[in-house]
Ligand binder design. Structure first.
Ligand code: UD1
Ligand code: CA
Length: 444
């Protein structure tokens, strides 16, 4: 059995935040989410996160076991706390990772486990990297080619600080050896903490072997403050853009295209600059999105155009053209070939195929049938001061400019309103109305 322990109980004081560090987000997910994703993808049988009380209250979203470490007495104490909660498996292996390293990839976990398994008699493998200086990472002290111990920066001599090989804080252990080591740690060091890293010296003195694998420092950046969070966000966003480009999406400017994990974007879709796509949005193929647009939980068909517009919690059918300057929100559902733009807001409304609302309209709590034309300045007056009321508009309706539809009201198929109409009563199919309040016009 191979299980992972993620350390995340630290306060993260350098974030200067009222929130626990690992809950801070990059590209729409908490940093801890990324670490857990990578661990899941690397085939762990179980993942346990060591948390503080505050983080514990928010762990349900992650679907993993949380173990509370009441006092942050060091990484060694954190691992011991986790192990106390896990049934012992004498032949098991334990991977230890940090919750504040969102850029860590599956390959890093895989390589440290491989190193443990490959090295005959090794009870521990660690990931080392050459971090940019100055670095707070512990230094890996070797005796010849053998890893001998790790020295924390607070305890290091000037000579040890000059060592370029540093401890990334990611390990694979023989479980039985780790269970023994965490009971032997002492806190007589500069920080008065139980250092997990002292396990290295403990093993080596006991004649056991510790091995190391190197990783690119970019993959093991820990996030301690907001500046590092911003750098990690940029790197993560580059990865997300690269993955979609590899799948056939054109991203004109990845630096100003803001993506999240778990999006689906079809091939030959082109994304123009200054565009953010978030919250599980799905975009079909051959679409044109942006510039200056925001999609949040949006579902778009194929060949959809969205320019300078905002779409949230809404869906858009094939071949529709949205924008410039449209706002779709709160369960707007647009059919095939619909055209909306130029300061049109749509909320909780169903627009059937080929409806046009080209200019300056508010359509809320409404259904609109096929091929209906909504004139400039049309408003569904859905709110009567107490409740939201529904407007239902048939197919092939012609709504004149500056029509106010005072809901609840319905307009039959093929009906017409004159410019400036204030419609307070239902309009029959084929009927033509105008005025304030709108009255039937003579039949042609
Ligand atoms: C640790 C390593 C250091 C390594 C660095 C890499 C130790 C003693 N040092 O240092 O060699 O280079 O990570 O990032 O392990 N945590 C708990 N409970 C605690 C203390 C810490 O859960 O009581 C968690 C923190 O939330 C954090 C992780 O453990 O996610 C690392 O703790 P931190 O105190 O930041 O250790 P470093 O000083 O960074
Ligand atoms: Ca740290």
């Amino acid at each position: 059995m191979i299980r992972a322990v993620v350390l995340a109980a630290g306060k993260g004081t350098r974030m200067k935040s009222s929130r626990t560090k690992v809950l801070h987000e990059l590209c729409g997910r908490p940093m801890l989410w990324y670490v857990l994703e990578s661990l899941r993808s690397s085939g762990m049988d179980q993942v346990v996160v060591v948390v503080n009380d505050e983080l514990n209250a928010e762990m349900a979203q992650f679907g993993v076991t949380a173990v509370v470490q009441r006092k942050q007495r060091g990484t060694g104490d954190a691992v011991r706390t986790a192990l106390e909660r896990l049934d012992s498996d004498p032949r098991g292996r334990i991977v230890v990772a940090c919750g504040d390293m969102p850029l860590v990839q599956v390959e890093t976990f895989a390589s440290v486990v491989r190193a443990l398994d490959a090295s005959d008699g090794a009870v521990m493998a660690l990931v080392s990297a050459a971090m940019p200086l100055p670095s707070n990472f512990g230094r890996v002290v070797r005796n010849g080619s053998q890893v001998e111990r790790i020295v924390e920066v607070a305890d290091a001599t000037a000579e040890q600080l000059a060592i370029a090989e540093m401890n990334a804080g990611i390990y694979a252990f023989d479980e039985a050896a780790l269970r023994d080591a965490v009971t032997k740690l002492r806190s007589d060091n500069a920080q008065g903490e139980y250092y997990l890293t002292d396990a290295v010296g403990y093993f080596v003195e006991a004649g056991k072997k510790v091995t190391a694998v190197t990783a690119d420092h970019q993959h093991v950046l820990g996030i301690n403050d907001r500046a590092e969070l911003a750098l990690a966000r940029r790197e993560m966003n580059e990865r997300l853009c690269a993955a979609h480009m590899a799948d056939g999406v054109t991203i004109v400017d990845p630096q100003t295209t803001y993506l999240e994990p778990e999006l689906s974007i079809g091939a030959d879709t082109v994304i123009y600059p200054n565009t953010a796509i978030s919250r599980l949005s799905q975009v079909g193929s051959n679409c044109t999105i942006g510039p200056n647009s925001r999609l949040s939980n949006a579902r778009l068909g194929d060949r959809v155009t969205v320019r300078e517009s905002v779409i949230s919690d809404s869906s858009v059918g094939d071949d529709a053209v949205i924008g410039p300057f449209a706002h779709l929100r709160g369960d707007a559902a647009l059919g095939e070939g619909v055209r909306v733009g130029n300061f049109v807001e749509i909320k909780k409304a169903r627009l059937a195929a080929r409806v046009k609302a080209g200019h300056l309209a508010y359509l809320g709590d409404a259904t609109i049938g096929e091929d209906t034309n909504v004139g400039a300045g049309t408003i569904t007056c859905n709110f009567d001061g107490v409740r939201k009321n529904v407007t239902s508009i048939g197919r092939d309706v012609s709504i004149g400019s500056n029509t106010s539809l005072v809901a609840p009201v319905s307009l039959g198929d093929g009906s017409l309103t004159g410019a400036g109409s204030v419609v307070t009563h239902d309009v029959e199919p084929g009927e033509r109305v105008a005025g304030n309040p709108a009255r039937p016009l003579p039949k042609k």
